[in-house]
Design a protein around this ligand. Structure first.
Ligand code: FES
Ligand SMILES: [Fe+2]
Length: 382
């Protein structure tokens, strides 16, 4: 699992006036809204004596610990210790880690890492999901369904899978075509923050309601796959026949090394009546469930350390580019050393925040151990 990346930690609609506990990168985090409704994300462990902050309350826009009532503002600063006299000074270490937050597409993104603002990557917005903004301006070109799916799988394995056009034939009843499994050679466009590939698939028989919309005698289907690395956002566009378009935008957040939470939005420019929503949602979830059956059992459960420990072929090119980005982040020293903390019940850990990056002293909790990166010269050679 990597720090210094944006992750979707909740749906906006799930965060109201109460604090909300969420998991990411193997840690407990707490979300809350201040008096202006602005969302904040902090470590969930109270630095006094370890109270679980998400079980407390929001009081005057601050987060109050359920144990002794210490309060923290959105920046993580302790602003009140009720058992002290009102004018007593708050100790310097009276702060918890607080992470930058952005709400977009109905999701709450948190930047989990210690890079200063100017070095934090941007989350893709209109460039990746223009339909969302068009809808905001009144367009009804697409109908949407959304939801969340928990993969019992490592995050790299889960993302590998969506960047892999070949598995569709074997795994997915809705768009796999066992009669023609050839994956034409494709190019992967690699940008600083994203990777993109385009594919053509021979059509497969549709079933149920979509059969009326997508006839069997159509030509090959176009398919485009994109992944935005620092946002951990995937987009898949499918054009079952000219003029017809449906797509999914989904996020990938490691809860721990073996579970990955995926928020998704599916848009379609056909069968737009509400009565088709249930069926549309079922189709998306069905695809994820079919993937999950496979992903749960791949070995090793995490990405192998060396590419020679798997036999990767041309059809794997997109996921190879993704893995290169993972490796580049690891080389920068951003990989959490999960083995070091497994089963350790004598420490509470903190995902390092930007404030900690700026000043590593005067914190109560230890930062998560990270695997050693590589010197800059070695990174450049990767
Ligand atoms: S443990 Fe949070 S206030 Fe004491
Ligand atoms: Fe799949």
């Amino acid at each position: 699992m990597l720090i210094n990346t944006w992750y979707v930690v909740a749906a906006s609609s799930d965060l109201n006036t109460e604090p909300k506990g969420v998991r990411a990168l193997g840690q407990d985090l707490v979300l809350f809204r201040d008096r202006d409704g602005k969302a904040h994300c902090c470590g969930n462990t109270c630095i006094h004596r370890g109270g679980s902050l998400c079980d407390g309350k929001v009081v005057e826009g601050t987060l109050q610990c359920p144990y002794h009532g210490w309060r923290f503002d959105g920046a993580g600063a302790c602003v009140e210790i009720p058992s002290n006299l009102p004018d007593a000074k708050i100790p310097k270490r009276g702060r918890i880690d607080s992470y930058p937050v952005k709400e977009q597409w109905g999701w709450i993104f948190a930047f989990l890492g210690d890079l200063p603002r100017e070095e934090q990557p941007e989350i893709p917005d209109e460039d990746l999901f223009p339909e969302y903004y068009a809808q905001d301006k009144g367009s009804d070109a697409y109908a949407y369904v959304s939801g969340v799916f928990l993969f019992e799988a490592n995050w790299v394995r889960a993302i590998d899978n969506v960047l892999d056009p070949a598995h569709a034939f074997h795994v997915h009843s809705a768009f796999g075509n066992l009669g023609n499994q050839f994956v034409p050679p494709f190019k992967v466009d690699v940008g600083s923050g994203h990777t993109l590939s385009r594919h053509r698939f021979a059509p497969v028989d549709k079933t149920g309601k979509w059969r009326e919309e997508i006839p069997d005698d159509r030509g090959d289907a176009d398919n485009q796959i994109q992944f935005h690395f620092p946002g951990m956002i995937f987009r898949n566009d499918m054009y079952p026949r000219p003029g017809m378009h449906h797509f999914v935008v989904s996020s990938y957040t490691p809860l721990n090394e073996y579970q990955t939470l995926s928020y998704f939005i599916h848009g379609r420019n056909f069968a737009k009546e509400d009565e088709h929503n249930e069926d549309g949602l079922k189709r998306v979830v069905n695809v994820m469930e079919e993937d999950q059956v496979i992903l749960k059992k791949v070995k090793p459960l995490q990405m192998p350390l060396s590419t020679t420990e798997e036999l990767l072929i041309e059809a794997d090119s997109h996921l190879v580019e993704f893995r290169k980005k993972v490796k580049a982040s690891e080389a920068r020293g951003w990989r959490i050393d999960s083995k070091k903390i497994e089963g350790d019940e004598e420490h509470a850990w903190a995902i390092p925040s930007p404030a900690r990056g700026a000043d590593s002293k005067n914190w109560v909790l230890k930062p998560l151990p990270l695997r050693e990166g590589k010197p800059k010269s070695a990174q450049a050679a990767e």
